[in-house]
Design a protein around this ligand. Structure first.
Ligand code: FMN
Length: 207
């Protein structure tokens, strides 16, 4: 029992440690293959209604990053043909910053899918959080980044997406300086308790 208490405290500590560290603040070295495998294995433990495996994590090794950078630059040109050379270069460089970069892809399935896109995205979100916590536990910094490029024709073509698939965000990981975590909402802010009068703010076991 005492051992379990320690694990629980450790888990809470790791959860509280996780915070966004944007790619510009992530530095090398990259983790080992074994560590990457552990993060991805953690992602496989997400709750998955219907066991659909509705998401994919597309890993971009360093040698392939320029392709994502080109797709980001192309995406900017697609939506803003007047974008300057400097803006296009910045879009390109977004793909190069983090030592580890994966793109999260979720498959909505057929139009009449019994398990909706909402549920599939929750499954993918849980998987991503498992991955982030696994990386946090080892002291790595991480972040999710998205933006309009994710829905662009250029990124879709690079990832080879089917019409039902969506690129949701990039998962960035690397070494980072520890910083205090930002302000969090209170439990009261995120909870409602059902009462005879309907849902009321906060958590109450007496209702
Ligand atoms: C799906 C998703 C996409 C995100 N995309 C971006 C982004 O493009 N740029 C950014 O600065 N933060 C992005 N974030 C990170 C949030 O802004 C961040 O989680 C928020 O600022 C809270 O910080 P925290 O993670 O330290 O709690 C994204 C978060 C999620 C869940």
């Amino acid at each position: 029992m005492a051992e379990h208490r320690e694990w629980t405290e450790m888990l809470h500590h790791i959860v509280r440690q996780r915070q966004t560290v944007l790619p510009k603040r992530l530095v090398g070295p990259a983790p080992s293959q074994r560590e990457l495998d552990q993060w991805l294995e953690a992602a496989t433990h997400a709750p998955d209604h219907g066991r659909l495996r509705p998401f994919r994590l597309v890993f971009f090794p360093t040698a392939q990053r320029h392709k994502l950078g080109q797709a980001f630059a192309q995406a900017l040109r697609e939506r803003d043909p007047s974008a300057s050379e400097a803006q296009t270069q910045r879009a390109y460089e977004k793909a190069l910053r983090a030592p580890v970069l994966l793109v999260l892809v979720v498959d909505a399935g057929p139009a009449d899918a019994e398990i909706s896109l909402h549920e599939r995205i929750i499954c993918a979100g849980c998987a991503v959080q498992n991955l982030l916590l696994s990386a946090t536990a080892r002291g790595w910094g991480s972040s999710l980044t998205s933006g309009k490029a994710m829905t662009s024709a250029a990124v879709r073509a690079l990832l080879g997406l089917k019409p039902s698939e969506h690129a949701i965000c990039c998962i960035n990981v690397g070494a980072a300086e520890h910083r205090p975590t930002g302000e969090r909402p209170s439990v009261h802010d995120i909870t409602r308790t059902m009462t005879d009068a309907g849902p009321v703010d906060g958590l109450s076991q007496q209702a």
